[in-house]
Design a protein around this ligand. Structure first.
Ligand code: ATP
Length: 901
């Protein structure tokens, strides 16, 4: 392991915390002023690591022409120009250029939307500005800012720590050492320490694994330890999806097939007596038209447009492959609190020593009365109730503010609810803090399911106060407050506590228990293990957390789409059960499993029963990984939500890892492939729907483009076999490639989902692009499009060379129209009649403009010369329209006939 020396910051770790604040002109109570921060930002720049060179626009433009066939076409055109075919040469070059420009814009758009995505998922940090803690994008942090962070956060800049609560930071990105480092605030007087030895510093990009802290920023951007080692900057995630890779492979095969067929066309043409030079140019144009070189770019555009639509629905895709996997999801494992429920907690019931109180008032407004046996009581006269409320406020990390006449909780809503309950009884945390000093704090963690503090009162007595999941906390109690005094916990009392826990939980209340112990010896409590034992049980606070209104419908919609919803929660089994029933997650055929049972099972044992379970309660984050594995082994494609640092392994292992945008830690977000900006379950459903739609749209235009290409090649091939003249001239082939294959294909990418998108089973991830009849559709429609075009040509061309240009024009018009009608067929997996043709107005306009462009080519004399076209007579239009409708409608009617049978 290489230890890096970090001399730039030497003076900061040697200084006392106060000195650092003075040197950097900041202070721990007010932080920086917004004004100073702005000035520093302008002077020193953003807090970001400079990225490597991007591909320049010019390079991207030229890369559009590096395709082998395009190069040959350009050379061939050059030759034809030298031979005197100026008009042809210029026209072909113009078309190639326009094609290049279109390709350039498509790729640019794809690139831009991908970098916009990156921007959206950049982390935010909490800084103190003008005395107020604020969340800002981490790139706006300046030297002198005070940074607050807790377990799961990534440190946003280099800092000198000034406050640590059991803080541990994992610095392996810098030191290679995977064990977290315990941090302190004391100055270090060691000569030239390595990064790993600077225990009073935090470094940009490292991860807080435990506790919380505050630090003064001493370096940002490239002036951080991370900035100094540019090669360690994480490279971007892979951004191609399995489908893109499969299409790329398919593209290679198609190139070979298209080239083979082109050579065949040229070979047969030459044998049949066509001129070699004409056949060469025809062959190259055909190859350019038939090779779907633009397919990957259109796929990227379709993916990124879909991703933008998802952003509007509050889902950010971090890894593009997730878009595809979303359409395959068969199970969604969702957290309860905040995702299925609103995470707006209000304490409604309290229990202590056999007594139950009720509190009224909703939300965070601290107004409400207390009742016992339906009679109003003064909470300050009920002794144990007082203890319960006061300790709930002290063992607490949340803050409450009034903003625009509304009360807002800063911190964990569970803790916010405890603050509000205390305030309803007339207590306030600041005045309690005047009576009690907090000596230590052991933050909440969802494996322990508890939080504790060590308190000192005015007379110097010290207490541990502990709050947590009641069943867990009760196990650590040996006594209980009953009849206003501490008593050994009898069997009877234990039973009574359990009944109270169940009573509250069965009303779907989230319950928190509070316990305490007085410390008699002098020793300092340094770990939660020492704190959380031999406690005295004080009582319970039960809070409502209403389900999100939209979730019930979303769960039902998922069920119809063949997707099972599983609730995974740290909450009590009865609470979980009650809410799962309300939401339609739990029904007669599914079961609830507890974390305890899960812990003793092997993954194989779990596999046998996992399909029947729809609620996992009292689980720890570590169990989530086991659940993901078991479901995956059963052949499921699993979407798993999470927010904490311990959720990261399960999020990573899931097929679609989902992190919470609001409550999620940086670590969870970085492990995820999808972030829910609103933490809402219904957003997952919307994202799945969009994922299915994107995949459908990709299938639509793959089908359209390939069927068109098959048609183009076949018309030429059949003509050569039948010893006919060329039915299309090269420039016409190129025009078809540019216009018909361009806009309508893009418009298909913007199509809305077909009505049944959430009424069918999830897609099998192993299925190929041509499955579910797509291959047959491409071949059959391609044959028909080629066939009718040739037929139109043969019906018009009777052997008179003077009629050739006319017949070619008719063939050209038939090919174009047949493709433009077929594009409507591609919108549905069933038939052209299954959807309203005006349902996608982009497509309607794309088709109208393509038709208009075709008419211009046919009827505008300057273009007639270039495209070798002749005006078509009215009577022939009837035949053209009739023939071009055949490929689509023939098969449409066959479908209808089969359906009515
Ligand atoms: P999810 O449903 O998202 O898994 P959860 O809130 O149900 O989340 P945890 O956050 O792990 O699960 O909480 C588990 C239990 O720990 C809760 O049922 C509650 O009793 C207790 N608890 C929750 N928050 C706190 C806290 N801040 N301090 C002490 N105990 C808490």
């Amino acid at each position: 392991m290489k230890r890096r020396k970090c001399d730039v910051r030497m003076k900061y770790h040697e200084m006392e915390a106060r000195e650092v604040e003075d040197t950097l002109n900041t202070n721990r109570h007010e932080g920086m002023s917004e004004e100073d921060a702005q000035k520093r930002l302008e002077q020193f720049g953003y807090n970001e690591l400079v990225e490597g060179e991007k591909q320049s626009a010019l390079l991207l433009f030229f890369s559009q022409f590096k395709d082998f066939m395009t190069l040959i076409l350009l050379v061939a055109t050059l030759i034809s120009g030298l031979l005197g075919e100026y008009i042809d040469a210029i026209a072909i070059i113009a078309i190639v250029l326009i094609n290049g420009v279109l390709g350039f814009f498509q790729e640019r758009k794809a690139e831009k939307s991908l970098s916009a995505l990156k921007e959206l998922s950049t982390p935010h940090v909490t800084v103190l500005r003008d005395g107020e803690w604020k969340k800002i994008p981490s790139k706006e942090v300046v030297v002198g800012d005070l940074l607050k962070f807790s377990s799961g956060d990534r440190i946003g800049a280099d800092i000198r720590l000034i406050e640590c609560n059991n803080l541990e930071i994992e610095e392996s990105a810098l030191t290679g050492e995977s064990l977290p480092v315990q941090k302190t605030v004391a100055a270090i007087k060691q000569d030239n320490p390595g990064i790993g030895d600077m225990e009073n510093m935090g470094f940009m990009g490292t991860i807080v694994t435990k506790g919380s802290g505050v630090g003064v920023v001493i370096g940002t951007g490239m002036k951080t330890a991370m900035g100094q080692i540019a090669d360690m900057i994480q490279s971007a995630e892979t951004m191609t999806t399995p489908l893109q890779r499969r299409l790329e492979q398919l593209g290679k095969i198609l190139i070979v097939v298209a080239l083979f067929l082109t050579v065949l066309v040229v070979g047969i043409g030459v044998l049949q007596g066509q001129e070699l030079y004409t056949m060469f140019l025809t062959g190259v144009s055909l190859a350019v038209a038939a090779i779907p070189e633009g397919l990957p770019a259109i796929v990227t555009v379709a993916l990124s447009l879909g991703v933008q639509r998802m952003i509007k629905q509050k889902a950010i895709v971090r890894k593009l492959p997730a878009v595809e996997t979303l359409g395959c999801a068969s199970v969604i494992c969702s957290d309860k609190t905040g995702t299925l429920t609103q995470n707006k907690m209000t304490v409604t019931h309290l229990w202590s020593g056999g007594n139950t109180w009720q509190v009224d008032g909703i939300g965070y407004t601290p107004k409400g009365d207390f009742y016992r046996s339906e009679k109003r009581v003064d909470p300050k006269k009920e002794k144990t109730l007082q203890q319960l409320l006061m300790f709930g406020m002290l063992c607490n990390h949340a803050e409450i503010h009034k903003k625009n006449k509304e009360f807002i909780i800063d911190g964990d809503p569970t803790e916010g609810a405890l603050l509000v309950a205390g305030m309803k009884a007339g207590y306030s945390r600041p005045s309690l803090l005047n009576q009690y000093e907090i000596l230590e704090e052991f933050p909440f963690d969802s494996t322990r399911k508890m939080m504790s503090i060590v308190l000192k009162d005015a007379s110097g007595r010290r207490f541990v106060v502990c709050k947590g999941a009641p069943d867990v906390l009760a196990q650590n109690c040996e006594s209980i407050l009953w009849d206003n005094r501490k008593q050994a916990m009898t069997q009877e009392m234990h039973k009574s506590v359990n009944e109270a826990i169940h009573g509250l939980a069965s009303q779907a209340l989230r319950t928190i228990a509070i316990g305490y112990k007085e410390l008699t010896n002098e020793g300092r409590i340094t770990s939660e293990k020492d704190a959380e034992n031999r406690l005295t049980f004080i009582g319970l606070q039960g809070m409502i957390d209403p389900p999100r209104t939209e979730v019930r419908a979303a769960v039902r919609e998922c069920k119809e789409a063949g997707i099972k919803t599983v609730m995974i929660t740290g909450d009590h089994v009865t609470t979980a059960q009650a809410i799962a029933k309300q939401l339609g997650i739990l029904n007669k055929s599914t079961k609830v499993m507890e974390g305890k049972a899960l812990a003793t099972m092997s993954t194989e044992e779990l596999e046998d029963v996992v399909d029947d379970v729809s609620v996992f309660a009292r689980v720890s984050p570590e169990h989530k990984l086991k659940i993901v594995k078991a479901l995956q082994n059963r052949g499921h494609i699993v979407a798993m939500t999470g927010d904490g640092i311990n959720d990261a392994p399960a999020i990573k292992a899931a097929d679609i890892g989902i992190a919470m945008g609001i409550t999620g830690t940086d670590v969870a977000k970085e492990a995820s492939s999808l972030i829910l900006l609103d933490d809402n379950f219904a957003t997952i459903k919307s994202a799945i729907k969009e994922g299915r739609n994107i995949y459908d749209n990709i299938r639509k235009f793959v089908r359209y483009l390939l069927a068109s290409n098959v048609g183009e090649i076949l018309v030429m091939l059949f003509a050569m076999i039948l010893a006919l003249p060329l039915p299309l001239v090269p420039i016409q082939i190129l025009w078809v490639n540019l216009v018909t294959d361009g806009l309508p294909a893009m418009a298909l990418g913007l199509d809305r989902p077909e009505g049944n998108v959430m009424k069918r089973e999830p897609r099998n991830p192993k299925e190929g692009i041509f499955s579910r009849g797509l291959g047959w559709k491409v071949i059959s429609r391609g044959f028909l499009i080629g066939g009718v075009t040739l037929l139109a040509f043969m019906l018009t061309y009777k052997g008179d060379p003077n009629e050739l240009a006319y017949a070619q024009t008719v063939a050209f018009a038939t090919l174009v129209l047949a493709q433009l009608i077929h594009v409507f067929d591609c919108r549905s997996e069933k038939s052209v009649f299954a959807r309203n043709p005006f349902g996608n107005m982009y497509l309607v306009w794309a088709v109208i403009s393509s038709v208009l462009l075709m008419l211009v080519v046919l009827y505008w004399p300057p273009l007639q010369q270039i495209f070798h076209t002749v005006p078509i007579a009215g009577r022939d239009w009837l035949m053209i329209v009739g023939l071009s409708a055949v490929p689509t409608f023939l098969l449409g009617f066959t479908y209808l006939a089969r359906k009515t049978k």
